[in-house]
Each structure stands twice: as structure tokens, then as C-alpha cells.
Design a protein. Structure first.
Length: 549
């Protein structure tokens, strides 16, 4: 098997790369360890809690005991399926704030400032506000990624926005447009009632071309001729040859793992495992970041939440309606209101995110025994914590050691306390008075700093946004892994293009910036001139230094 480009991973960035390279006439082979994304558990947006908890679609990874979370080991769902994690994620579409990308550029990722990436976001999107307003001047039309908004049929979505306005937060018509800060309708990667994954947006159209093919198999290591990558060895013994380049798009966990298995990483650690060092890059596997969050659950006074469907008859109705008409509760991820706020005065752009759900339910699909309820997730956006992915064995079948080092900075605790208290203020606002019976989790008695810290320690969950482990930076930066054109520093013919190259995590869910990386990297690979910069400026609170809202 041979192609111009061999891409490892068919997820958000990998699928985008395959599409753009094949579109440009290059031959492409995409290697994917997982199987088909067919089936209602993936395709039905309302069933989002199922695929990430199914071994058929997930790598089944877990963290090491997290020392600041009481030694808990957290799940790290990563998609082992066509479309990668875009096939098992929550379908929430968030570009990130302009300040995130300006930070990337300042950290050495030249050419990745907001003015540079905004044109790519517009190129890749096909945005439809579903009649709910928005900011079309900042959005894209006709791109591969279908982005829309849910029907917002449940009245609690608007109640949350009204309550936030009542306590002084602005309604934002489009957090992916001119103004992220505020509360408003959420975007989702759903099209005509179905999940619109990277497989649907990019990979399937690419595979319709004669010059792109999908190979099912697990990458064991990259093969080198001296310092040049020439292909990928699969665990079954097959070899996939690359005439031009190998591109890793295997996730923030598996991309650094594969680099280290292939001799690129911290030299002493690789030698200790008996792996010959091709390039000593100590940054491989370092800089691991994520979003951590907790959920505040409220018992509802009125039986208007999605709990009405939380029984055999209700679930059957939702499933049959979706199967027959692609409508109803199953046609939305039910994350239809989002908020981005600043935790305190002196923070220049939002550092706290809210997700609102019209049901009280955990990620594993378990609902509390209270019955009707609703909840919002809250968590900091730019934690100072940094973790790592480490190789424990040269055996490709051995999972890596993953440690996020959550809550290792004092600022993490301060931001969580602030976020919880700000969210409680919203739930206590007059628009919620007819709906709030009492707080289920953590409960009104949990109010002191010490009690809130204990709640976070015992109940915080990952938002499943790992990134940063193959950090992009200047070629002379000893801790950078790839340069601003996504080339692995120290070797030839090898790139990494996925969420692992993020210098710092972006605001919100990371599927959108992961796809962005694939889109922009494709132009670098092909040798196209970058899209012309867009110099429009995002909204910033005029008194952010003195006011929190």
C-alpha cells in the first residue's frame, strides 16, 4: 500500500486533511483503528451519552490516580471509530475566543493568530442559525461542516438566558461571532437531525474520490530511513508507504504515544524502554491540558424537563420518532444554551463556561432519584495545570500512562469556587423562581470555600477536551514538538495535525479548533498561500479591568 500522504487517524483533523489533500489531487491513505460509525447510538444526537461509554467506539483509556482529586482515576474517552472523537462527542460547536489564538501566535505559533484562523473557520463552516438570529457576517456558508442550532423547544433554555440577564450578563446572539462573552443559543454539529461528524463532513466525500482510501488497522510505529519518515507499520505486520509525508492525527493521547514508540520524544526515557532515539524531543507528551467541570443539579417544581422521557415508554417514543422522522428530542444534543463569563474583574476575556441541560443526568446516562430536574455544568477555561502522556512499554498494545494533574494550581480552586457561586446566582434569579424546588447537587449546605473544594475534589469530571501534548512553537524552542507548519522538529517527512499541537487549550469544546488545525495544516502541506488575514476585532468588555460583568 502506497500513497503520497499517509494520515494516521480519521477524526476531526485527520478527516479534514484527507478531504483537502485529495481535493488537491494528492493520493491519500487514512489509517483508522476503529470500525464503522453506522448505527443509531452514534447518529442520534440525543443518544450522545451512549457511544462514549461503549467499548465498540472508545479506546477505554483512564488516567492515573489524580493526586488533587482524591486519587480518582477518570475516564478519557477517545473515539476508536471512523470519524474519531467527532463521532462520540457532545456535538457542541465552539470556535474558541480570539484571545486564544493570539496567545498561540505569541507563544511561537506564528501565523495562527485570530486574524489568520478566522478565514479558515469561515471556509470550513456551513452555518444555519435555524431562524434564531446570530452573526452571519462572522460565519461561513457552503463549507463541509454543517453547524446549526437546536429547536430550543424546552422553555428552560430561555429561562436560563433570562436569569443570566437578570443578574447582569448580556445575551450574546452568537458566541462564535463578534461577541463570545455572555449567554445565548448554542451551536451544534447536527444536520437534519443527525450527528454531523468529521466522517460525514470530510471523510466520506474524500473516499468518493479515486485518490483517497481508508485502511482499517492500528499503527504500531512510524518507519524511518535515517531521519526521514517513509511510512507506517501496522500491528498486523502490514506496511503503508508514504511517498511524501506521514501525518499523525491520532489525538492528543495517541499522537504522542506513536511518536514515542517510533523514537521521537524524551531521549533518556525512550532509551530506558529499549527504543532507539530518532529525535530527542523532550516536549513530546508534555503540556497535556483539559477542561474540568462540575454540574449543579436542581430539582424542578414543574414537570417540564426531559425526565418525562426517562422511562421505557418515553425512550421508545424518542427513538421511534427519531428513526422515522429525524425529529423530536432525539434530533438534538439538548445542549442548546451556553454561557461564557469572566470569573472576576481584571480578566480580559471569558474564563468560565456554562452548559445548560433541561434534565439532571450524568455523562454515563444516570439520572438522580429526585425525578424532574435540570442542571448546568461549570468549569474554568484556562487552567494552569499541566499534565503528561508517558510511554510505559514499547509494545504498541500497551496503553500509555495519562496524568492530567488536575487542580494542581491554586488558581484552579479559586476559579471553580467563583464559577459555582456565579452559577448559583443565576439559578437564584427571579426567572427561575417558578422552576427551582431545591439544589440536588452539591446542596445548599455546601457553601464555604472548604466545602466547595471538597465537592470539586470528589465530583469534578473531565469535559473530554485533551490537547497540547505535541505543542506547536518556534523551531528553536526546545519544548516545541512541531513548527508553525505542523512539521515535527528534528526529522523530515513527518507532521502532527490534531488537538495535540495546541499551545494552550481554547475556550469551550475543542472539536471546532481541531478541525481548524486540519484545514490550515492542509494548506501548509500542499504549499498553498494561506488565506488572506481577516482583521476584524472581537468584542471586549470596555471596562474589563474593573467590572466582572
Amino acid at each position: 500500500m502506497r500513497a503520497d500522504y499517509v494520515i494516521v487517524g480519521s477524526g476531526s483533523a485527520g478527516a479534514a486533511l484527507a478531504y483537502r489533500l485529495a481535493e488537491a489531487g494528492r493520493s491519500v491513505i487514512v489509517i483508522e483503528a476503529g470500525g464503522s460509525d453506522a448505527g443509531p447510538f452514534i447518529q442520534m444526537p440525543g443518544a450522545l451519552s451512549y457511544p462514549m461509554n461503549m467499548g465498540r467506539y472508545d479506546w477505554g483509556l483512564r488516567t492515573e490516580p489524580e493526586p488533587h482529586l482524591g486519587g480518582r482515576r477518570l475516564a478519557v474517552p477517545r473515539g476508536r471509530v471512523v470519524g474519531g472523537s467527532s463521532s462520540i462527542n457532545g456535538m457542541v460547536w465552539v470556535r474558541g475566543h480570539a484571545g486564544d489564538f493570539d496567545h498561540w501566535a505569541a507563544a511561537g505559533a506564528t501565523g495562527w493568530a485570530f486574524r489568520d484562523v478566522l478565514p479558515y473557520y469561515r471556509r470550513l463552516e456551513d452555518w444555519d442559525a435555524n431562524g434564531q438570529g446570530g452573526d452571519p457576517a462572522w460565519r461561513g456558508a457552503g463549507g463541509p461542516v454543517r453547524v446549526t442550532r437546536g429547536p430550543r423547544a424546552n422553555p428552560l433554555f430561555d429561562v436560563f438566558v433570562a436569569a443570566a440577564e437578570a443578574v447582569g450578563y448580556a445575551r450574546t446572539p452568537d458566541y462564535n461571532g463578534h461577541r463570545q462573552e455572555g449567554v445565548g443559543p448554542a451551536d451544534q454539529t447536527v444536520h437534519r437531525g443527525r450527528r454531523w461528524s468529521a466522517a460525514r463532513a470530510y471523510l466520506i466525500p474524500a473516499l468518493r474520490r479515486f485518490n483517497c482510501r481508508l485502511v482499517q488497522g492500528e499503527a504500531a510505529r512510524i518507519r524511518f530511513d535515517g531521519k526521514r519518515a517513509i511510512g507506517v507499520d501496522l500491528t498486523g505486520g502490514a506496511f503503508v508507504s508514504a511517498r511524501r509525508e506521514v501525518i499523525l492525527a491520532a489525538s492528543a493521547i495517541n499522537s504522542p504515544k506513536l511518536l514515542m514508540q517510533s523514537g521521537i520524544g524524551p531521549g533518556a526515557a525512550l532509551q530506558a524502554l529499549g527504543i532507539a532515539v530518532v529525535a530527542d524531543r523532550p516536549g513530546v507528551g508534555q503540556n497535556l491540558q483539559d477542561h474540568l467541570e462540575v454540574s449543579l443539579q436542581i430539582a424542578a417544581r414543574q414537570p417540564i424537563t426531559l425526565y418525562r422521557y426517562w422511562n421505557t415508554l418515553g425512550k421508545t417514543y424518542v427513538a421511534l420518532r427519531w428513526l422515522l422522522t429525524r425529529t423530536g428530542p432525539g434530533a438534538s444534543n439538548q445542549i442548546e444554551t451556553l454561557g461564557f463569563v469572566r470569573s472576576r474583574a481584571g480578566v480580559d476575556y471569558p474564563d468560565i463556561q456554562f452548559h445548560f441541560f433541561p434534565i439532571a443526568m450524568r455523562y454515563d446516562g444516570q439520572a438522580p432519584p429526585e425525578g424532574h430536574g435540570f442542571q448546568a455544568h461549570v468549569g474554568p477555561m484556562r487552567s494552569a495545570a499541566r499534565g503528561r502522556v508517558a510511554l510505559v512499554s514499547p509494545d504498541p498494545a500497551a496503553p500509555p500512562s495519562i496524568l492530567f494533574n488536575y487542580m494542581s494550581s491554586p488558581s484552579d480552586w479559586q476559579e471553580f469556587r467563583a464559577g459555582i457561586r456565579l452559577l448559583r446566582e443565576i439559578f437564584a434569579a427571579p426567572p427561575f423562581a417558578p422552576h427551582v424546588a431545591h439544589e440536588i447537587q452539591p446542596g445548599e449546605a455546601v457553601s464555604s470555600d472548604q466545602a466547595l473544594d471538597a465537592f470539586v475534589r470528589d465530583h469534578a469530571e473531565s469535559a473530554y477536551h485533551p490537547c497540547g501534548t505535541c505543542r506547536m512553537g518556534a523551531a528553536d524552542d526546545p519544548m516545541a514538538v512541531v513548527d508553525p507548519e505542523t512539521r515535527v522538529i528534528g526529522v523530515e517527512g513527518l507532521r502532527v495535525a490534531d488537538s495535540s499541537v495546541f499551545p494552550r487549550i481554547t475556550n469551550g469544546n475543542i472539536n471546532a479548533p481541531s478541525i481548524l488545525v486540519g484545514e490550515k495544516a492542509a494548506d501548509h502541506i500542499i504549499g498553498r498561500a494561506p488565506l488572506p488575514p481577516d482583521d476584524r476585532l472581537p468584542w471586549v468588555h470596555r471596562d474589563w479591568q474593573r467590572a466582572q460583568r
